[in-house]
Write a protein that binds this ligand. Structure first.
Ligand SMILES: Cc1cc2nc3c(=O)[nH]c(=O)nc-3n(C[C@H](O)[C@H](O)[C@H](O)COP(=O)(O)O)c2cc1C
Length: 207
């Protein structure tokens, strides 16, 4: 253990955001007319084959998920950051909520067109997949909860049903994703990053 004097000085702060560096996902949900909406999201994590997502209740994604319990979680790599950012100022809600208007959002239904991504059919689910994203997960919505301490965000619990991966990020003849070939796009305090160099691995790694 280091003596406290050897550690960096500390300060208690009040940051506006707590986006401390999580992968970006592109959440595909089904619009009323059968088309697919794409929403960039950084609040997600996996618990076994469940993926938990945090989404704003003023988003089109939330509206769509309440009506249709299917989604595709597309995971872009760092090279796709400009396509992701091309979506950032748009909402699929044609009545743009006031707080989103104030933040500079405008309505855009054609999310594939604006991001220049390619749509491909899903195996079982209605929302399409994004072909350029190296990992695409078809998932079923199991539960949506709005916490009683905040009406602004919903916690969406999903279960992964089909995982699709680009062949070039896989370990040959295996079901494993090769961490040396795969890197997520990281959202780090509103800046886009890729992963740095490898530091090591955990005792449970099978690769
Ligand atoms: C990189 C990135 C990460 C984001 N992460 C989240 C998030 O975790 N949760 C969320 O509700 N909104 C997040 N947003 C904002 C949504 O993308 C925004 O609310 C947008 O309106 C969603 O699109 P929709 O209204 O068509 O669903 C993020 C935006 C960007 C660009």
């Amino acid at each position: 253990m280091k003596p406290l004097t050897d550690l960096p000085q500390m300060r208690t702060i009040q940051p506006k955001i707590l986006y401390y560096g999580t992968p970006v996902i592109l959440l595909n949900t089904l619009n009323e007319d059968g088309s697919t909406n794409i929403s960039p999201i950084s609040s997600s994590w996996a618990l076994g084959d469940n993926i938990i997502i945090g989404i704003g209740t003023n988003s089109k994604a939330y509206e769509n998920l309440q009506r249709h319990f299917e989604c595709v979680i597309n995971i872009p790599n760092p090279e796709l950051w400009k396509n992701v950012e091309a979506l950032a100022s748009f909402t699929g809600k044609n009545q743009v909520p006031l707080e989103k208007l104030a933040q500079g959002f405008t309505f855009k239904k054609e999310k594939y067109q604006v991001s220049k991504f390619t749509s491909i059919h899903s195996i079982s689910f209605k929302p399409s997949r994004i072909a350029e994203c190296p990992i695409q997960i078809e998932a079923e919505v199991k539960h949506i909860r709005i916490p009683d301490y905040s009406p602004f965000f919903a916690i969406v619990e999903t279960k992964s049903m089909h995982v699709h991966a680009h062949e070039n990020i896989l370990i040959e003849n295996s079901e494993h994703i090769n961490p040396a070939k795969w890197s997520p796009l990281i959202y780090n305090f509103r800046h886009y990053y890729s992963l740095g160099e490898k530091k090591g691995k955990t005792f449970r790694s099978e690769t």
